[in-house]
Design a protein around this ligand. Structure first.
Ligand SMILES: C[S@@+](CC[C@H](N)C(=O)[O-])C[C@H]1O[C@@H](n2cnc3c(N)ncnc32)[C@H](O)[C@@H]1O
Length: 226
């Protein structure tokens, strides 16, 4: 099903907010990636809300830029920068022979996945390059050298416990009070999917530092208490 940006109003925290720019929405629908439309619109609503803090919006898990387009659009609207972290070699389930492998994103010279060129083309075609800083590397390594505060942390990187925990422990300390933590692929029922994102969601909830803000499909939004 195709949803138009104007018809698909983002179901964010509180009042439904504005949707993304129609050109961004069209680029999002066309982009390779793993973000369904309803969850993308919820991510966009969270990013618009977080943008009001005037701080960068960070994503872990760029892949080919599908969700990054929405963060870039929200960053443009707020006058902030979207940051997106990925080593661009793919997660476990995206490697050859696995369910989510796409042979189009293999670098034939290196013989390994490289989603960076596709990501750059996606962002360029949407006219959003200037609103995004791509951080190419392993998430915990980038987090360890990151010194600034963030308005939003969106975790959609590796889905093993090691990776999800690394993302949580690396980036959540940088999240400003009032900032939003968004976690993708949260499946309380193991029959629906892997449990690592759910476990970091529980960890955030049980820390007492967050208030649950919204649920859209497998996308959970939490707000850091002041
Ligand atoms: C599920 S995909 C992201 C999907 C994307 N957000 C979208 O909307 O289509 C996960 C991405 O995380 C990256 N990744 C996995 N583990 C990582 C790590 N430890 N550090 C950096 N990137 C990682 C993979 O290379 C992959 O591109």
């Amino acid at each position: 099903m195709t949803t138009t940006a104007s018809a698909a109003r983002a179901e964010g925290p509180g009042e439904p907010g504005p949707g993304p720019d129609p050109a961004t929405f069209a680029a999002f629908e066309k982009a390779k990636g793993f973000m369904p439309v309803d969850e993308g619109l919820a991510l966009y609503a969270a990013a618009r809300q977080a943008g009001a803090l005037g701080l960068p919006l960070l994503e872990v898990g760029t892949y080919c830029g599908r969700s990054t387009l929405l963060l870039a659009d929200a960053a443009r609207a707020a006058g902030v920068t979207a940051l997106t972290v990925d080593h661009h070699r793919g997660s476990e389930e995206q490697q050859p022979g696995w369910e989510y492998h796409d042979p189009e994103v293999v670098d034939p010279e290196v013989g390994r996945m490289d989603t960076l060129p596709t990501f750059r083309r996606t962002l360029h075609a949407a006219g959003l390059e200037e609103h995004v800083v791509a951080l190419v590397g392993r998430s915990p390594q980038v987090a360890a050298v990151w010194g600034g505060r963030l308005g939003l942390v969106f975790i959609d990187g590796g889905h093993t416990d090691e990776h999800a925990t690394g993302d949580y422990e690396g980036w959540v300390p940088h999240l400003a009070p009032g900032g939003l933590l968004v976690i993708h692929d949260v499946f309380p029922d193991p029959a629906d999917g892997g449990q690592a994102p759910y476990r970091i969601f529980l960890r955030a909830r049980e820390s007492g530092d967050f208030e649950e803000t919204s649920v859209t499909g497998s996308l959970r939004v939490l707000t850091r208490r002041p």
